[in-house]
Every structure is written in C-alpha cells, then in structure tokens.
Design a binder for this molecule. Structure first.
Ligand code: UD1
Length: 380
C-alpha cells in the first residue's frame, strides 16, 4: 500500500460491468503504473447467477466493498447507491473514480464523485442510441458530461461527445475492454452441448447437433409490455421450428413472463430456457451459434468480435460499428421482419463482418497508460 498510494476507485454494479472491469483492474494493478485499484460493487445485481460466477470465472478480486443495494425503482436504486457510496469515498479518498458502461451504478457513483471534486473516468463513453426513453441513454449522456477522462470504443463516439460540448482533449479512443475479456477467455469457453446437457438435468435438453440459435432478451421496451413480449415469444417459437433456440432468461424477463402467464411450455419444444448463464457458458454458446437474437448491448459487440450473425431486436443501437463493420443487423420487433432476417441468415450464413479497429484485446492497457499520464502528478 505504501508503495502504491494512489487509489483509483473502480465501480461495478450490474452483470455487464463485470467483464469490463476485469481487464482494467489487472492493467491498473500493473506495478509500472503504481496505482492501487479499489473495487466497489454496488450490489445492483445480487443474484448468484448474475454476480458470483462472474467474479470467479473472470478472476476479479472480491470487492473491497459491497454496498448491497439490490433492486428498486430507478430513483430509489440510484439514490440508495449514492447514499451508500458517499461514505466509501470519504473513507478511501481516491485520486479518481472509474466507472464503466451505462447502468444506474455508473451515473450514481459519478455524481457522488464529481460533487466531491474527485475526477470521474468513464470507460465506454460517447455511445448514443439517440433514444432518450432508454434509461441507459440518460445514464450515458449525464455520466459523460461530468467525466474528466472519457474512453471510447469506436470513433463515432468522439463525434457524439464533441457535439455535446465535451473537450476533445479529454476523449481517448482506446478500443473495447469487453473484447479484451472475450479474447482472454475464449479458450475457457465451454462447449455448447456441454452447457445444454448440464443445464437440462433430467430432460437431456434439445438436440443442438445440427446447429442452434441463441436468444437474450431483457430491455424494458421489449419485455415490460405484455403484448410486445407475447409477439416476440411467438416469433421465437416460429423460428425454433427451423432452428432450436437456447434462451437464458434474465430475471426481469422471467418476472414479466410469469406475470403475463407464460410458461416454458408455451414456448414450444424447441426453445430451451435456462437461468442466466456464466460467462464461459455464454461465450461457448455465442461462438457456436448459427445466429444470435438479442436486445443486449454487449452481445452485439461480442458477436461482432466472434464473427457470428446477430439480429438485434431494437430499432436503434448505440453501437453502430457493429452494424457498419460487424455482423449485426438492426431489425426491431416486427415479427415478420425478425422471421425474414433469421431465414436469410440460415440460408446465406449472414453478413461476414470484420473486427473493428482496436478491438484487439489491449484496450485496458491503453486505458491504464492514459490514466497514468493524466494523474501522474500524484504518483511518486
Ligand atoms: C440492468 C441495467 C442494464 C443492463 C442490465 C444487464 C440499468 C438502468 N439497467 O438492467 O443497462 O443491460 O442490467 O443485466 O442499470 N434482478 C434479480 N437478480 C439480480 C438482478 C436483478 O432478480 O441479480 C431483478 C430485479 O429485482 C429487477 C429486475 O431483475 O426486478 C431487473 O433488474 P434491474 O437491476 O432493475 O435492471 P436490469 O433490467 O437488470
């Protein structure tokens, strides 16, 4: 501690944060930089399968502090994180606070830090869907406005930031830490058949030997309205008549399905639902899938890095490079369009795509180097 006295407080809260923070903690801990990363978990995601397996699989150290906030309305959750984070700031007195992504924990901890005069570092800055009904979009715009250093994953992000008045000197295009984690873990990805067999328990699971598709669904705009949800599930059932689907169900989606009276059997025999999966299971399924249907942000990027065709069940994306260069196609939620997109991918193999610039597994190293340069005054 004496040798590395300058603390950078790193915040995680929800599942998509864990794979982003893992390489950053490692890079900041490099003795060449002489920083001490301190990990704070807000507890926004608290289920074992939304949290613990990721710490283990990604080799993330146990958090120095767990705020244990759990869920609640947006206002409640954000406020609770802020209240519990402030005393941690007072105790740790970090040189900077580093936040990732766009979840409620990201904005809540940034707000606390900036009002205490502690610089905020935002990793994955500048992504914009242009859709301010998305809670994440509000979190992105506001976090970027109060950040001192902004690290971007694609070049268009800087254009968005500059348009919003951010000083270009603060913006650094470094690549994608989520892809650092992906490349780092590829050899530990579990074979899809093994995952399905292990998760199917007594039933044995569907036969995926001739190929399968992978589904993830959790955006409020897709799952909170029972009619939209019903339309999507019906469409998935139809696609599953051509290609079996594996569907790890997010807790939000499970709650909404139950509330709307859906059971697994309503999905038909060729959709295999599971609890949320660990990272290595998910990576194996993504890598082997013939197509992925998703409304997740991270999965759009991961499929692009893996070269697997992705159908995004949204009208917009904050990650346009996955469409312009990668394997992603924005389809929206119209069942006819989704079915047609799936049919085309199965017939043609889908877009070839290429891996975007600087998605090379070294983004976290670049981030650590910039942080070092920026705050080196305080590093002896
Ligand atoms: C959050 C993020 C979203 C991210 C997603 C990934 C915000 C605004 N949204 O959405 O950007 O893509 O996580 O998962 O921060 N729940 C559990 N167990 C858990 C976590 C949640 O049962 O471990 C339940 C909650 O009680 C809640 C629902 O799932 O009812 C949704 O969780 P919440 O954290 O509100 O938002 P997400 O939809 O997960």
């Amino acid at each position: 501690m004496e040798d590395n006295p300058v603390k950078v407080l790193c915040v995680v809260g929800a599942r998509p944060n864990f794979m982003k923070i893992a390489p950053i903690i490692r890079a900041l801990g490099n003795p060449a930089f002489r920083f001490t990363p301190v990990l704070v978990h807000t507890g926004q995601h608290y289920d074992n399968d939304m949290k613990h397996s990721f710490f283990e699989q990604l080799n993330i150290p146990e958090p120095d502090t767990d705020l244990g906030v759990g869920s609640g309305s947006h206002a409640n959750q954000t406020a609770e994180i802020m209240k519990r984070f402030e005393p941690v700031m007072d105790a740790e007195r970090p040189r900077a606070v580093l936040v990732v992504g766009d979840v409620n924990s990201t904005i809540a901890c940034s707000l606390v830090a900036v009002k205490k005069g502690v610089p905020v570092i935002h990793v994955e800055a500048g992504l914009r869907s242009g859709d301010r009904t998305m809670p994440e979009e509000i979190n992105r715009v506001l976090t970027d406005q109060i950040s001192d250093l902004l690290f971007t994953t694609e070049r268009t992000a800087a254009d968005n930031l500059i348009r919003e008045g951010i000083d270009p000197a603060r913006i650094h295009f470094v690549g994608n830490v989520m892809i650092d984690t992906l490349f780092d873990n590829l050899e530990r990805a579990l074979p899809a058949a093994e995952t399905v067999r292990a998760r199917a328990e007594s039933t044995g699971g569907p036969d995926i030997s001739a190929g399968f598709g992978l589904v993830t669904l959790h955006r409020p705009s897709n799952v909170d309205d029972p009619d939209t949800l019903a339309g999507l599930l019906k469409c998935l059932r139809e696609i599953s008549e051509q290609l079996p689907l594996v569907f790890p169900v997010h807790p939000r989606t499970r709650q909404r399905m139950e509330a709307a009276g859906f059971t697994s059997s309503d999905l038909g025999p060729a959709i295999f639902t599971t609890a949320p999966l660990g990272y290595h299971e998910m990576l194996g399924l993504m890598r082997e899938a013939r197509l992925v249907l998703t409304d997740s942000g991270g999965v759009q990027e991961e499929t692009t890095a893996l070269g697997v065709p992705c159908i995004t069940l949204r009208d917009n994306t904050e990650r346009p490079i996955t469409v312009d260069q990668g394997t992603n196609t924005l389809i929206g939620t119209d069942p006819d369009r989704i079915r047609e997109a799936a049919r085309q991918i199965l017939a043609t193999g889908g877009k070839a795509g290429r891996v975007p610039e600087l998605w090379d597994g070294r983004a976290a190293e670049r981030i650590a180097a910039v942080i070092h340069d920026r705050y080196q005054d305080t590093v002896q």
